[in-house]
Design a protein around this ligand. Sequence first.
Ligand code: MD3
Ligand code: FE
Length: 216
Amino acid sequence: MTLDLFDSGPADCMQERLGEDLVVLRRFARDTAPALMTTVAAVAAQAPLRHMVTPGGHSMSAAMTCAGALGWVTDARGYRYQGCDPETGRPWPVMPEIFAELARQAAAAAGFPNFVPDACLVNRYQPGAKMGLHQDKDEKDLSWPIVSVSLGLPIVFQFGGPKRSDRPQRIVLEHGDVVVWGGSARLHYHGVLTLKAGQHPLTGGFRYNLTFRKAG
Ligand code: MD3
Ligand code: FE
């Protein structure tokens, strides 16, 4: 399948550069969002959304699943990428072509050509769910960027600097927004504030976030 609609981004896509190596592509995924959500449902049918438990024993408030050769897991032993879903014992669902193509096009639009992700983390936020400030550093080669796709209800996103104590900036991420970060921003602390209740025509009472990584 070819997805030419991504070749220069949707006509009404706005690019905001929030810092060196941190780019927000507003509405970049809006036209593809219905197909992305159908695909998320197919992934979740094979690898159920679940609340993973951190090494500290806390259940994560966002429900999570993965697609691709590698999936991110957390349990009592720590954080890591692995090829099988611990819930089912089966390999993670194959990376859907429509996911990989969107991630490649978004990364290229932000100045990172030839991005081929091997892991897609799917986070599903219900009202009250949040993700505290953290770094994404479990990937083998940190020279690749990460691409994030927001679907459904809006949320306040926080991004700081290389130290947890760096005061974070806040922006609202809305349906269809894509964030690409790499280079000097790759290890910056980030998170999202508590999701407020609402209804979205495509996702109902939820926000979904897809993050694409080259993990292995
Ligand atoms: C990092 N997810 O899954 S991604 C994660 O919305 C995760 O579900 C969040 O963090 C979510 O690990 C946020 C978006 C993002 C955007 C800009 C960043 C992460 C960033 C800037 C610097 C570092
Ligand atoms: Fe993260």
